[in-house]
Design a protein around this ligand. Structure first.
Ligand code: 13P
Length: 257
C-alpha cells in the first residue's frame, strides 16, 4: 500500500452464482458492517443476472456492486449486451473491463476496452481496467512492454480523477495457484503508476492499482502489502464469503514487512 489511497478489494464472481449465492453477498455485508475489512472498500461483482438482487442486499451497507463488462453504447440493437447505464441503473458503481478472459474469449482489443471504459465514465461508473501478460510474454522478458501497450490503448483519454482503477492480472496467474514474485509485482505496479501518470497527468499517484491472480487467504498479506499494491481483484476465493473476507481482513491489521 502506498499513497494513502483507500484499498479496494473486489470480488469477481465470473460466470458463477445462482440466487442461492445471495447468502454469500449477505454474509459479506454483515462482515464488513462488523469491521471485517478495516479501511478497505469492498465491491462484489456478481453475474449480471444477480445484480439487482445483490443490489437490494447491499443497499444501505458499505459493500459496493460492480458489473463484469459493458457495451460501449448506451442502448440499441445489441442483442445480449448490457450498457454501462444499465449497470448503473441496476445499482452498480463499478465495472470490470478488459479482463483477460474477455480479451481472449471475446476478442476484446485495447481499443474496445477503451471504448467501454469511456462508456463507464459517461454513465458515472468507476472502471476496473484489467491488464496482464501471458506466461510466454513474461518468459520472453516482455511483460512490462505488453502491459505498457495495454495501458496506453485501454485507458480513456478523459477520466475524472478516482474513476479509473487498474488491475494487474498476469494471465498465467489466474486460477492457477501461481503468482509472480513480490519483486515482479512491485516492479510492475510501479511501472503501471508511472505509465498512468503519463496518460492521465497527476492521477497516477492516487490511482488504485490492484493485484489479481490466485489471491487466497494464505497469500493475501504477502501479496497485498507490496508497495504500490492498493488492493486485490479476487476470482475463485471471492465465491466464499469466508475466504473473501479473510483476504479483505488483512486491512484490519497494520502492515508487516
Ligand atoms: P483467481 O483469483 O481465481 O485466480 O482469478 C483472478 C481473476 O481473474 C479476478 O478477476
Amino acid at each position: 500500500m502506498t499513497h494513502g489511497a483507500r484499498p479496494l478489494v473486489a470480488g469477481n464472481w465470473k460466470m458463477n452464482g445462482l440466487r442461492e449465492s445471495l447468502t454469500e453477498a449477505a454474509a459479506i455485508c454483515e462482515a464488513v458492517a462488523a469491521g471485517g475489512a478495516g479501511k478497505a472498500e469492498i465491491v462484489v461483482c456478481p453475474p449480471a443476472t444477480m445484480l439487482m438482487a445483490t443490489a437490494r442486499i447491499c443497499e444501505g451497507t458499505k459493500v459496493g456492486l460492480g458489473g463484469q463488462d459493458c457495451h460501449a453504447e448506451a442502448s440499441g440493437a445489441f442483442t445480449g449486451d448490457i450498457s454501462a447505464e444499465m449497470l448503473k441503473d441496476a445499482g452498480a458503481t463499478y465495472v470490470i473491463l478488459g479482463h483477460s478472459e474477455r480479451r481472449a474469449g471475446h476478442h476484446e482489443t485495447d481499443k474496445i476496452v477503451r471504448a467501454k471504459a469511456t462508456a463507464a465514465m459517461r454513465a458515472g461508473l468507476a472502471a476496473i481496467i484489467c491488464v496482464g501478460e501471458t506466461r510466454a510474454a513474461r518468459d520472453a522478458g516482455d511483460a512490462l512492454s505488453i502491459v505498457g501497450v495495454q495501458l496506453a490503448g485501454s485507458i480513456p483519454e478523459i477520466s475524472p480523477p478516482g474513476r479509473i482503477v487498474v488491475a494487474y492480472e498476469p494471465v498465467w496467474a489466474i486460477g492457477t495457484g501461481l503468482t509472480p514474485t513480490r519483486q515482479d509485482i512491485a516492479e510492475m505496479h510501479g511501472f503501471i503508476r508511472d505509465r498512468v501518470n503519463q496518460h492521465l497527468p497527476g492521477q497516477g499517484a492516487s490511482m488504485r492499482i490492484l493485484y489479481g491472480g490466485s489471491v487466497r487467504p494464505a497469500n493475501a498479506a504477502e501479496l497485498l502489502w507490496i508497495d504500490d499494491v492498493d488492493g486485490a481483484l479476487v476470482g475463485g476465493a471471492s465465491l466464499s464469503s469466508a475466504e473473501f473476507m479473510a483476504i479483505a481482513g488483512i486491512y484490519t491489521k497494520s502492515r508487516k514487512d
